[in-house]
Design a protein around this ligand. Structure first.
Ligand code: 13P
Length: 255
């Protein structure tokens, strides 16, 4: 199969190092050796070290939720790509809608982060998605196009092959309102089309496009069998081993 499914947990601002290590210990016991599905957990910065140690020797990968594009310097409160690499992170979420709406991140700023991640061999999980008002105004595809094209400026074809995109409709995040499979598949196919234009067809066929927004064990099987849905970026259901493991199993069954 061209694209292995990927299940990524975005813990957001949850879990201390001890709580995170305990959760991951359960994941490692149940799924730490499987290779059917790629699995990434993204704890807060403060838990990266402890969670990374708990993941050691397993197939589960470590991701961060954000980064600063400079390597070092006078940027109080920020964390750079080399710092994340030093903790053995392999992935980083960039441009999450909460960063965009609550912390004012622009497409241009997000683009700098994507380039910094790639330069440092971190795989970016670039998030795009429309608000409810944008969906109701019929501008979903336009919004996604702008976010994707601006976010990926200056990315080479070679770099793009390691990229991961997450389509997260803002109205579905943490609301329990999941996009219908048709709504999600439509945007995923559109994103793949844009990637084809930007980077060629073979590259676009390799990029994983994750769905995010109230993905749960109950709705995952249907979403994960859509042609262009290559996995999930999971918030709430990634905070407990049982539901996260069920999502990993659903992805394995959907391949
Ligand atoms: P929920 O799964 O809690 O809706 O969050 C989705 C999300 O924002 C993942 O990045």
């Amino acid at each position: 199969m061209l694209r292995k499914k990927l299940i990524a947990g975005n813990w957001k601002m949850n879990k201390t190092p001890a709580d995170g290590a305990a959760l991951v210990a359960e994941l490692v016991t149940a799924a730490g050796k499987q290779t059917d599905v790629d699995v990434v957990v993204c704890p807060p910065f403060t838990a990266l070290d402890a969670v990374g140690k708990a993941l050691d020797g397993s197939t589960i990968k470590l991701g961060a939720q954000n980064l600063h594009h400079e390597a070092s310097g006078a940027f109080t409160g920020e964390v750079s790509a080399p710092m994340l690499r030093a903790l053995f992170a392999t992935h980083v979420i960039i441009g999450h809608s909460e960063r965009r709406s609550l912390f004012g991140e622009t497409d241009a700023f997000i683009n700098q982060k994507v380039l910094a991640a790639l330069k440092n061999q971190l795989k970016p999980i670039l998030c795009v998605g429309e608000t409810l008002a944008e969906r109701e105004a019929g501008t979903t595809l336009k919004v996604v196009q702008t976010q994707l094209e601006a976010g990926l400026q200056g990315v080479s074809k070679e770099q793009a092959a390691t990229l991961i995109v997450a389509y997260e409709p803002v109205w579905a995040i943490g609301t329990g309102k999941v996009a219908t499979t048709d709504q999600a598949q439509e945007v995923h196919a559109y994103v793949r089309g844009l990637l084809t234009k930007l980077f060629t067809e073979p590259v676009a066929q390799r990029v994983r496009i994750l769905y995010g927004g109230s993905m749960k064990p109950a709705n995952a099987p249907e979403l994960l069998t859509q042609k262009d849905i290559d996995g999930g970026l999971i918030g709430g259901a990634s905070l407990e081993a049982r539901s996260f493991l069920e999502l990993i199993r659903a992805a394995a069954a959907a391949k």
